[in-house]
Every structure is written in structure tokens, then in C-alpha cells.
Ligand binder design. Structure first.
Ligand SMILES: CC(C)(COP(=O)(O)OP(=O)(O)OC[C@H]1O[C@@H](n2cnc3c(N)ncnc32)[C@H](O)[C@@H]1O)[C@@H](O)C(=O)NCCC(=O)NCCS
Ligand SMILES: Nc1ncnc2c1ncn2[C@@H]1O[C@H](COP(=O)(O)OP(=O)(O)OP(=O)(O)O)[C@@H](O)[C@H]1O
Length: 208
């Protein structure tokens, strides 16, 4: 890895933020970077863990949103119910973000701290730019795909309703805002193997 991107000091790691709109292809990129040797931190997974029954995110959500978002039998968070509330009401979305994002940030900092010196850490965070965390990263990778293609992927691959998909896109930064924060943009408007080729090329350049 080039010295330029390695932080000085005992805990020398390279931090790489990875972001993109929903269904742009972030998981495909992070999977590949993991195969190539990066340490991947998945913000969505951290958030979901914090929302398990008994975890602090779960209790805080229950306190704010009430029992209507909790399954009375299993105690699990009713994710679709909560999504219906927050992606239709900006004030409630900000409340949810205010509960979960500081916890995710804390957990991420802990994982970065625990990584071995010399690691390349890829922080896969859909809301990297929205939360301003791109400024903390040595590099920022942005994955792009056209909105209509992303909606198609959400509807056909994930069974999401068309208007749910569009509401989620509307709750995120625009392509322009993400691009302005990017050190590298990956184009995922083509085939998966074309995306993987761009990732491999980026990785190769870090070693030179
Ligand atoms: C509203 C919730 C319960 C819906 O759950 P669901 O299983 O449908 O979605 P999941 O969590 O798997 O997220 C899928 C994608 O939705 C988008 N998304 C999720 N939360 C948000 C948000 N607060 N703002 C904008 N987009 C979001 C992201 O692109 C994410 O990759 C859930 O997304 C949530 O709790 N969100 C708040 C926490 C959060 O911001 N997570 C994302 C980054 S830490
Ligand atoms: N180039 C592509 N062509 C066709 N389908 C693709 C392509 N890239 C990704 N997909 C599919 O689109 C969906 C979204 O891809 P992926 O899960 O990598 O995106 P993501 O950005 O991680 O999504 P999310 O924001 O929801 O976490 C997946 O079902 C994936 O298989």
C-alpha cells in the first residue's frame, strides 16, 4: 500500500469509505475487497445487530416509536412497519437516525481501533456522505448505477414496492453529492464482472 494513505503512528491503517445509493452495488464491491484482503466493516449489519432484542438500539427505538414497531410474540423489530413510518416522515427519520447513527459510529470506531496495523479497512456505509463521515476517511469509493436500474433491482431482486424504493432513494444523498466526496467512482451500470474489474484495478493501484 502506498505510504501516502497510511496514517502515521502506531495504529497505521488505511481507512476507505465505501458508499453509494441503495442497490448501487456496494455489497458486491465490499465482498470483492474482502476477498482481496481488506477488513470490511458493514454499517447496515452493525445497525441490524444493535436492533436485536436486548440490544441498546432496540430499547431506544421501542422507547421512541412504541410497541407498534415491535412484534408482540417474538419481540423483534418490525422493520417494514418502521420503514413505513420513517420514509414517509422526515422528522421521524431524523429521530431514528439520531438514535442509531451515534451507536453505529461508536461501534465502527471500536472495530477500526481493533484492526491489525497495516490493514486496509473498508467501511461500507450507505449514508457515509449524509453523515459527514467521508471526511474521516483516507479514501472514498462511490459506486454508481442509474436510478431506474437501482429501482428495478430493488423491485425484481428484493420484492420491494416501486414507491418504497423511490422513497428510500429520496431519503439519501444525490449522485452529485456523493461524487463530490469521492476519490474514486465505480460505474456499475454494466455487468457485475465489469464492476469487479474496476475494483481489482483500484486494489492493484494501491499496491504500486
Ligand atoms: C428503517 C429500517 C428498519 C428498514 O429496515 P430494512 O430491513 O428494510 O432495510 P435495511 O436496514 O436492510 O437497509 C437497506 C438499505 O436502506 C437504506 N437505508 C436504511 N436506513 C436508511 C436511512 N436512515 N436513510 C436513508 N436510507 C436508509 C440503505 O441504503 C440501506 O442499505 C432500517 O433501515 C433502519 O433501522 N434504518 C436506520 C439505521 C440506518 O441508518 N441504517 C443504515 C446505515 S447505518
Ligand atoms: N451490475 C449489475 N447487474 C445486475 N444486477 C446487479 C449488478 N450489480 C448488483 N446487482 C444486483 O443488485 C442488487 C443490489 O446490489 P448490492 O447488494 O451489491 O447493492 P448495495 O449497494 O449493497 O445495496 P444496499 O444499499 O441495499 O445495501 C443485488 O441484488 C445485486 O445482485
Amino acid at each position: 500500500m502506498s505510504d501516502r494513505n497510511i496514517k502515521a503512528g502506531d495504529h497505521s491503517v488505511m481507512t476507505v469509505g465505501l458508499t453509494g445509493g441503495i442497490a448501487s452495488g456496494k455489497s458486491t464491491v465490499s465482498r470483492r475487497l474482502g476477498e482481496l484482503g481488506a477488513v470490511v466493516i458493514d454499517a447496515d449489519a452493525i445497525a441490524r445487530n444493535l436492533q436485536q432484542p436486548g440490544e441498546r438500539g432496540h430499547s431506544a427505538i421501542r422507547e421512541h416509536f412504541g410497541d407498534a414497531v415491535i412484534d408482540p410474540t417474538t419481540g423483534e423489530l418490525l422493520r417494514q412497519e418502521l420503514a413505513n413510518i420513517v420514509f414517509n416522515d422526515q422528522v421521524q427519520l431524523e429521530a431514528l437516525n439520531g438514535i442509531i447513527h451515534p451507536m453505529v459510529r461508536e461501534e465502527t470506531a471500536r472495530l477500526i481501533e481493533a484492526a491489525a496495523p497495516g490493514s486496509v479497512i473498508v467501511y461500507d456505509m450507505p449514508l457515509l456522505v449524509e453523515t459527514g463521515q467521508h471526511s474521516d476517511m483516507d479514501q472514498v469509493l462511490v459506486v454508481e448505477a442509474p436510478v431506474e436500474e437501482r429501482v428495478r433491482r430493488m423491485v425484481t431482486d428484493r420484492g420491494m414496492a416501486d414507491d418504497d424504493a423511490r422513497r428510500r432513494i429520496a431519503a439519501q444523498a444525490t449522485d452529485e453529492q456523493r461524487r463530490a466526496a469521492a476519490t474514486t467512482v465505480f460505474d456499475n451500470s454494466g455487468r457485475v464482472q465489469d464492476l469487479v474489474r474496476q475494483v481489482d484495478e483500484w486494489w492493484r493501484l494501491q499496491g504500486s
